[in-house]
Ligand binder design. Sequence first.
Ligand code: MG
Length: 391
Amino acid sequence: MTKIKSIRSRVWNWVGPTVPPKAHFCTNASDILWEKGDAMSSFRFHQWLTCEVEAQDGTVGIGNAALAPSVVKKAIDDWYAPLAIGEDPFDCAYIWEKMYRRTHAWGRRGIGMVAMSAIDIAIWDLMGKLVGKPVFKLLGGRAKEKIPVYYSKLYADDVDAMQAEAQQAKNHGYQAFKMRFGYGPKDGMAGMRENLKRVEAVREVIGWDRDLMADAYMGWNVDYTRRMLPKLERYELRWLEEPVIGDDVAGYAELNALGIIPISGGEHEFSVIGCKDLIENKAVSVLQYDTNRVGGITAAQKINAIAEAHQIPVIPHAGQMHNYHLTMANSNCPMSEYFPVFDVEIGNELFYYIFEGDAEARDGFLQLDDAKPGLGISISDRHLSNFEINE
Ligand SMILES: [Mg+2]
């Protein structure tokens, strides 16, 4: 039996070229402030964390996280790694509880849970490699022939530019598309019209037989959303994502109960109990945890069971292999989010530059390999000159 020998955390700072975002490209939680400052600072992922869990036999599992990487690294190095080192990786559920309970006073949400997620994902990758099986085969196996993905970009821009982007994505065979709202409460009626104009424009391009979703990234509030929902109803959105801040579970529940457009959220929720509250309160009609925030694959599988029992579909936030393996293994996960590869903008796409082996969408689907052990990724050296790495 092999045990966990060491855990290595690294912060990857992107110093390569970036495409600056345009004004009003996406609302966010800071829009409500009188003086926003750099409101996008929490919506930019130009730093990434990798976590490598090495077993005594030299096998290495890889996990990663994107929220506050430098602080998460400190939490891993000082607190979480010592709790996992020396344990049998196949006792992953015990390791999870140990990390969770020993840091419960301060770690059960936010930074602590992100640190746990990175380690847990690496442990699952390690287990897969040790037994020579892909992670999804350890989670129940193949639940679908291939994974339908939705095109996730369409940041608010000039109408012409958004229509051109939607057309290009449609040409690539996507059957579902997610756009972002650029205007919120402070932009008044004129901003509402700007939002509606763009939904209409994208709908016009993709037609009515494909799914359209729209994301406010916590930049609205309950009052504004109540006013927007009836105006949006005619566009038949599959869901309206994160209309209010992550902590406002009652606000989500109130908006979802209106029954006008299904409300989605969860990418800023943490842990099994946090997601259980969203589900039990019927706060979301689609749950969108992110495995590298919510507590890793161990937590995600428990949440999947709760959501399935309540008939709430789970469509994890973001692409990435840890999310795809869960989607593959669960019948209650109908599709995955997919960030098409582009130049580095927000940084959502940074993982493509750090890892080798991420699944690529073709004609609106992606595939996982039955023969590739673990998550199927390795750390790449192709773009090293564009990173400064802190060890
Ligand atoms: Mg989102």
